[in-house]
Design a protein around this ligand. Structure first.
Ligand SMILES: NC(=O)c1ccc[n+]([C@@H]2O[C@H](COP(=O)([O-])OP(=O)(O)OC[C@H]3O[C@@H](n4cnc5c(N)ncnc54)[C@H](O)[C@@H]3O)[C@@H](O)[C@H]2O)c1
Length: 264
């Protein structure tokens, strides 16, 4: 049955930074498709809150505290996960940061921090998880959370765009190097989503809201749940011959230069 292709029963999925927001939406989708969910984060408090949130949704999550940019902590964290839960079949590199500072005002340490979390973190995580996947010989799936800024720039997000553009190319290279182990590596590039952080700017008359409305053919913000179908697809057998691509879940934003008032 074609629907069986999307079945994740018996699979273990680790979503980094999956304590809320887009990561949690993706983790819930993977859980509903049958996967056992593990999340990690930097903050013990976020992990505790997340356990309650997942439990309210009927999902039994395993939560681990470690920093995706610290190779020794990642090794310890994944070793513990493998002992306590089992080997990771699906890794979603979701943990990420953004700094909204114009490049001329940005200090080098701030720039380097964004690169460290958004590019080096997925490299460290994937390298460690893939070593176990290779040893087991059963293949695996890596999903990197990219962005519209993997393709286009915008004022004040230069470091983030450099990092997410880098993550796009890292995705392609991982796909090329790890295809021989039956490991597929792809990216999800979300457009603009209605999350808690965007609530203050999602109001009529706000210039950013106007930008979204004129630039998005679907004429609305995305809902985090709308990432679930893409995540389940890229985590499942349904995508076994798909590797090294980014799927833009953006309401068509990258397909257009936008519209003018004349077209309304
Ligand atoms: N929110 C959006 O509209 C949007 C759009 C495009 C792409 N993205 C990307 O999607 C991902 C999730 O976005 P979000 O808005 O839900 O992010 P978020 O900031 O709400 O959550 C990210 C989580 O990652 C954790 N984290 C940060 N650094 C970490 C580290 N070193 N180790 C472990 N955990 C760490 C944070 O504590 C946080 O809980 C990010 O990679 C982001 O760049 C988001």
């Amino acid at each position: 049955m074609a629907t069986d292709l999307f079945d994740l029963k018996g699979k273990i999925a680790l979503v980094t930074g999956g304590t809320h927001g887009l990561g949690m939406a993706i983790a819930v989708g993977l859980a509903e498709a049958g996967a056992k969910i593990i999340v990690n984060d930097l903050s013990a408090e976020k992990l505790e809150n997340a356990k309650n949130e997942y439990s309210k949704k009927g999902i039994d999550v395993s939560a681990y505290l470690f920093d995706v940019t610290d190779e020794a902590s990642v090794d310890k964290g994944i070793t513990t996960i493998e002992k306590e839960v089992g080997p990771v079949d699906i890794l979603v590199n979701n943990a990420g940061i953004i700094r909204r500072i114009p490049l001329l005002d940005m200090e080098v340490p701030e720039f380097e921090l964004v690169m460290k979390v958004d590019v080096t973190g997925p490299f460290i995580m994937s390298k460690r998880v893939v070593k176990s996947m290779v040893t087991r010989g059963k293949g695996g799936k890596i999903i990197n959370m990219c962005s519209m800024m993997s393709e286009v720039g915008r004022h004040s997000v230069g470091a983030y765009a450099a990092a997410k553009g880098g993550l796009k190319m890292l995705t392609k290279n991982m796909a090329v190097e790890w295809a021989r182990y039956n490991i597929q590596v792809n990216g999800i590039a979300p457009g603009y989503f209605a999350t808690e952080q965007t609530a203050p700017i999602r109001v009529d008359g706000h210039p950013f809201n106007e930008l979204i409305m004129t630039r998005t053919p679907m004429n609305r913000w995305g809902h985090p749940d709308e990432l679930q179908g893409t995540a389940v697809y890229l985590a499942s057998k349904a995508s076994d011959f798909v590797t090294g691509i980014l799927i833009y879940v953006d309401g068509g934003m990258l397909a257009t230069l936008g519209k003018t008032k004349l077209e309304e």
